[in-house]
Write a protein that binds this ligand. Sequence first.
Ligand code: TXA
Ligand code: MG
Length: 384
Amino acid sequence: MKTKIFGKAGISEAAEILKGGGLVAFPTETVYGLGGNGLDKEAAKKIYAAKGRPSDNPLILHVSSIEEVYPLVKALPEKAKKLMEAFWPGPLTLVLPKSDLVPKESTGGLETVALRSPENALTLDLIRACGFPIAGPSANLSGRPSPTEASHVFEDLGGRIEGILEDGAVGIGVESTIVDLSEDCPTLLRPGAITIEDLEEVLGEKIAIDPTLLGKSMAEGFIPKAPGMKYRHYAPKAEMLLFKKKEEEENDLRAGQEDIAKSILSYGGKELSDCPEQEVKKSVAKAILSYGEKELSVSPEKRIWILCGEDTAGLYQESGRFTVQILGRREEPLSMTHNLFRLLRKADEEGAELILGECYSEEGVGFALMNRLKKAAGQRILYV
Ligand code: TXA
Ligand code: MG
């Protein structure tokens, strides 16, 4: 099938496709979504097929107003209303007990439904033009980084969906915060641009955090409550490894950053200049294996990418040997979330084989940034 690209003028045509049971990707402030009629189980099946996604992974229903939520849920608790009023339209998804109107095919068989109103004028118009909630996971092929530009959607889903509503690059760049309100204690299931502090301020109570977000693993018997969080996500083709200063030395931050830079350089560059290529491959692979990870084969040194803060870029560039990519400004985690998935896609495109990255503060939006970075790195952090 040919995938049509729509702009503002094409909203009614895009809505007709959705009404007819087809799929149209749509822009939001977080990442692009892959849209279908949220009340139509056949559309849900098509979404899973186009994405190559396991169908036990529930979709988010996108609405254009709080009023549209009532028919979709059993009841709308006061806490949910408060959060919707404070943050919608915006990067916050709420999980609530679903009504019978929502097919189980959209919720991966669950009795709850995830709801969000995205902050994008074109998409809000599209939802209104449809007259039903638009079901939408992120518009990437399963296992690839979420798309932050329409071209990323085309790369992954071109030829597999009827259309893409285009609206440039997104702002935030990582998916919405998900809060489960289906039980008494509000629980954070996925961190995003709306922070724990933002949520607690509005609710006036502590919110719980899904233990898997705090490093508890499935191997230890912890299963993430958002089914999607258990899959390997956001993973570039390259092996990726994060470097972190040992906890006790983190008080001297600047010195810490320099140490980390030094360690990344010596690790990535292990005698690169004076070793024959095969030796380099072997010695790098050996080092990585010694951290208990799977086998790697790293060849030309430019295939080694360093993902770093603007402030430390100079430390890496000095060596002149690696592909140094600036993620953003350390003090502004949103500047980093904005670029992360785009850079991971670029790494794939340009054949990066090893990505070495820094760790950042987990305060505020930093929690969402580090959650995605760690996922991309398969949770591998090297303490230096
Ligand atoms: O920012 C976003 O949320 C983007 C844009 C397009 O809105 N969407 C997005 O969708 O990230 P997706 O499908 O990639 O992620 C949805 C997450 C998955 O981890 C899924 O398991 C979780 O939401 N989820 C959906 N319904 C749920 C439910 N009823 N209970 C628990 N988790 C749920
Ligand atoms: Mg996704």
